[in-house]
Design a protein around this ligand. Structure first.
Ligand SMILES: CC(C)(COP(=O)(O)OP(=O)(O)OC[C@H]1O[C@@H](n2cnc3c(N)ncnc32)[C@H](O)[C@@H]1OP(=O)(O)O)[C@@H](O)C(=O)NCCC(=O)NCCS
Length: 146
C-alpha cells in the first residue's frame, strides 16, 4: 500500500506506466498524481513483482475498486489473485465492511476471479461500458468483510 509520505511518486508513476495492458487508458502523470494524492484513494501494486496494480477509492467503511490490471505478459500466474487478496487484507485493516466493483458481463476471467475470493453479483448496470461503440452491461459485485 502506498505510504504517501515515504514514497517517491515519480518512481511509482514510472512503475505504473511501465505496466503493459490493453485494457484501460492509463492516467497521464498529472492525472496519476491527482489520483494518488487524494487521501481517500488507494493505489496497490502487486508484490514482489510490481507488474500489476489496483486502484480503489474509500468512502467511510466502503471500498470501490476502480481498476485492477495485471501486465498482459504476466497473466495466469496467480499474480492477480494475490493482489486481490492483498487488497482484502488492507481493506480489513482499514475496517472496511464492504467492497464494491463493476465488471463487464463479458469479462468471464475477472468474474471467475472475483467469485473465487467470494464476491457476489448483486446487480447489473445497463450499458455501463462502451467497447468500440458497442454498449455492454456491467455486473455490480460486492464482498462483505467480517
Ligand atoms: C483479470 C486479471 C487481473 C487476472 O489477473 P491474473 O494475474 O491473470 O489472474 P490469476 O493468474 O491470479 O488467476 C486467478 C483466477 O482468475 C481466473 N483466470 C485467470 N486467467 C484466466 C483465463 N485465461 N481463463 C479463465 N480464467 C482465468 C481463474 O479463475 C484463475 O483462477 P485459477 O488460477 O484457480 O484457475 C487479468 O486477466 C487482467 O489484467 N485482465 C485485464 C484487466 C481486467 O479485466 N481487469 C478486471 C476489470 S473489472
Amino acid at each position: 500500500m502506498l505510504k504517501r509520505k515515504n514514497i517517491n511518486i515519480n518512481f511509482l508513476y514510472d512503475i505504473y506506466s511501465s505496466i503493459q495492458d490493453d485494457y484501460e487508458k492509463k492516467f497521464n502523470k498529472e492525472q496519476f498524481f491527482e489520483f494518488i494524492l487524494k487521501e481517500y484513494n488507494t493505489f496497490i501494486l502487486s508484490e514482489p513483482n510490481p507488474v500489476g496494480y489496483l486502484k480503489a477509492t474509500i468512502i467511510k467503511d466502503q471500498m470501490e475498486i476502480i481498476s485492477f490490471v495485471i501486465d498482459k505478459n504476466y497473466r495466469k500466474k496467480g499474480i492477480g489473485k494475490t493482489l486481490l487478496n492483498k487488497t482484502l487484507l488492507i481493506a480489513a485493516k482499514k475496517k472496511i465492511s464492504s467492497i464494491f466493483l463493476e465488471v463487464s458481463v463479458e469479462n468471464n476471467i475477472a468474474i471467475d476471479l472475483y467469485k473465487k475470493v467470494n464476491f457476489l453479483k448483486i446487480g447489473e448496470r445497463k450499458n455501463y461500458y462502451s467497447l468500440n461503440g458497442r454498449k455492454v452491461n456491467a455486473y455490480i459485485m460486492k464482498l462483505n468483510l467480517p
